[in-house]
Design a binder for this molecule. Sequence first.
Ligand code: BGC
Length: 694
Amino acid sequence: MATSIQKAKRLLTKMTLDEKIGQMVQFGRIKLNEKNLVREGKIGSFLNSRNVALVNEVQRIAMEQSRLKIPLLIGSDIIHGYVSTFPIPVAEACSWNLDLIESSAKHAMTEAAADGIRWNFAPMVDIARDPRWGRIAEGAGEDPYLGAQIAKARVRGFQAKGKNGYPLAAACAKHFVAYGGAEGGRDYNTVDMSEHVLRTTYLPPFKAAVDEGVMSFMSSFNDILSVPSSANDFSLRQVLKGEWRFDGFVVSDWESIEEVIAHGIADDRTSSALAGLKSGVDMDMHSGVYHDHLKELVIKDKKLELLIDDSVLRILKIKYDLGLFEHPYTDPNLRDEVILNKETVEMTLKMARESIVLLKNEALLPLSKEQKIALIGPFGDDPHTPIGCWGAEGNHKNTVTVKMAFENAGLDFVIAQGCDSIDPKVEWIQEAVDLASHQDIIILTLGERQDMSGENNNRAFLDLPGAQLELLRALKKLNKPIITLLFNGRPMTIPETVEKSDALLAVWHLGLSSGTAITEILFGDVNPSGKLVTTFPKTVGQIPLYYNHKRTGRPKFRRYIDCDEEPLFHFGFGLSYSNFIYDKLIMKKSRLGKKDKLEFTIDVYNDSDIDGQEIVQVYYRDLLAQVTRPVKELCAFEKANFKAHQLKTLSFSIPISQFGYYDPEMNFIIEKGNFALWVGPSSIEGIASEFTIR
Ligand code: BGC
C-alpha cells in the first residue's frame, strides 16, 4: 500500500501550476461565486462554513466536477466545544487532568466533524504571561511544561480516530510563535524577546505538538526577532521544518501574509506572497495573495515552483492522512447522533467540575442546603457569559445558569442582579442589599462578561468592571457570609474582593454545565480540585508576573516603593475541602548519570473526612548554569484521587533530559551540577530536597 506521501507525490505529477496553487488557497465562508473556482481546482480549503449540507455540496463539486478530484479541507475554530460548550481552555487547563482534557477535545471534534469540519484551528498553545492579553483565555497558561502536556492531550483528542478509522480532524498548533509575548498585552502587537527565552519558554508546547503528530501549524500575527511570523524563515524553515522535521503544513493566520505589507517588510501584495512562500507558509488564509500572485512569481522565477511543490505535497499528504479522498462527504444524519448527546453533555459537566479553582475558604464551604440564600450579581442568571470567547455553535439556550441549577437542586433562594456587568450605574444596588438582608448567606457572582476576553479583547485594568465592587462593598455591610463566584476569562486584580469575600471560587467561563458544576461544588457534592495555571497579580503595575521568572543579581531588593512583589494568587495554587499533608520525600538515588531518571516517592495523606483529588507538583531549580535560569520550574505533576483519610505513596520518574537547557550558543545541553527539588501542592509550598547530575 502506498503511503500518503507517495500518493501525494504521484498526484503532484499530474497537477498544473494553477491546480498546485489552488491547494495553497483558503477562502472564508463558502460563497456561491466561489463554486467555479472549486470546479477549476483553484481553492483547496474553506474556513468557518458550519453547515453540513453546504459543505457536502461544494465537496461534491470538487470530487465530481474538478479535473483531479482533490477533496476540499474544511477548517474552523473549535476552541472549547462545538455545540456543547466546554470551559474555556485556560479553565480546562486548571484541571491538570490530561485524560479529561483529551476527552473534551475529542467530544468537541466529534460534534464538529458531523458538520463536515475536518480541520481545527486548535490547540492554541501560546504561553501567556500577561493577563491584559485577552487571548490568555484560549491557552493553557504560563508554564511551558504544563503547556506542553496539555498541547499533546488536545492534539490527541482532536486527531482521535473517527468511525471510519481516520482522524476526526487535523489539529493546528497555533499561533507560531511567541504571539502571547505581545508588548503591553495588546493583541497583534510587536514581540521582542531573545532566542533563548523563545526556545526555553515559548517553543516547548509547539515542539510537544509536533512530537504528538499534529498535522498543521498556524503562523502568528506578530513578529519574531524582528521578522513577521508569516514571513519568518527562522521559525518556519529553520526550526519547525528543519530542526523539528515537521512534515505537516503551515497555514497563515487570517490575512497575515498580506499583513507583512503593514509590518513594512513588503511593498505590495505580490512581494508579500513571495515572502510568505519563501518563509514556508504553505497555505494562505483568506487574503488571496497566493491566489492572485503566486503564478506571476513562478513565471518570473521558475525555481519557486520547487517551493510550491513542497507546500502542495504537505497539504495533499494531510488530505490523504485524513482519509478525505476515500470519505469526502459527511453523513448528514450523524448530527442527530452526536450533537448535544448525553455523553458529551455529561463530559462538559465533568470538565467544568475540575476547572473550578477554590481560592479562599474561611471554613464556610461546603454549604448546607438548609440555608436561605441570596444569589446576587450580574452573572447569576446570565446564560451568555459561560459560553465564553470562541463559542463556535454554542447556544446560550443550552446553558444551565447558577439560578437554574439552584432551582434544579430545590434550594431556598432569592435572586437580584444588583448591577450590570459593565455599566457603572448603581441604582439597583439597594434593592439587592434589601433582598439579601433577609437571607442567611450571600452568593455573589462577579467578573467579566463573555466578550471581555478572547481575540483583541485586551484590558488595561483587570479589576471588576462597572459597579461590581460597589455592590460587594454595600453587601459587606450586612455582615453576612459572602461567597464570591468569579466569572473570569483571565486572572484578575481583585485584592479587595478577596478580602471582603469569606470564600471565593474562580469559575471562569465554564460552558453549558456551568451552574450545575458550581452548585455541586458549593454544596459539597463535588470536592474542588482545580489549581491555577496563571499567576494572579494584585495590580496591573506588577505585570508581567509569573512564577518561573529568572534569577537576578539582587533578589532581595524591593522592586516597587508602593507595592510588594507577591502575587495575589500563585501559580499552582488551589484549595480543596480535603486537607492534604505531604511527608517523606524519598529519593531513590540523588547522584545521577545523564542517562538515568530522577526517581523518588512522596507520601500524601488526605487528612479529612472527604474524598478528594490532589495535584501533586514537582519543581526544580538548576543551581549553577552558563545562563540565567528560572527560580523554579515545573518538571512533573500527578493528579491523584484520595479516599477520606487515605495515605498514598506516589512515585515519580523524570528523565534527566527534563533538566537540560539551552547554552549561550543555543545548544541544548545537560550539564553536571546540583539541583534543588520541591514536591508540594503549589509553586510556593512543598518538601525540599536536592540531587546531583554527574
Ligand atoms: C485568529 C485565529 C483563528 C483565525 C480563523 C484569526 O483572527 O487569530 O486564531 O484561527 O482567525 O478564525
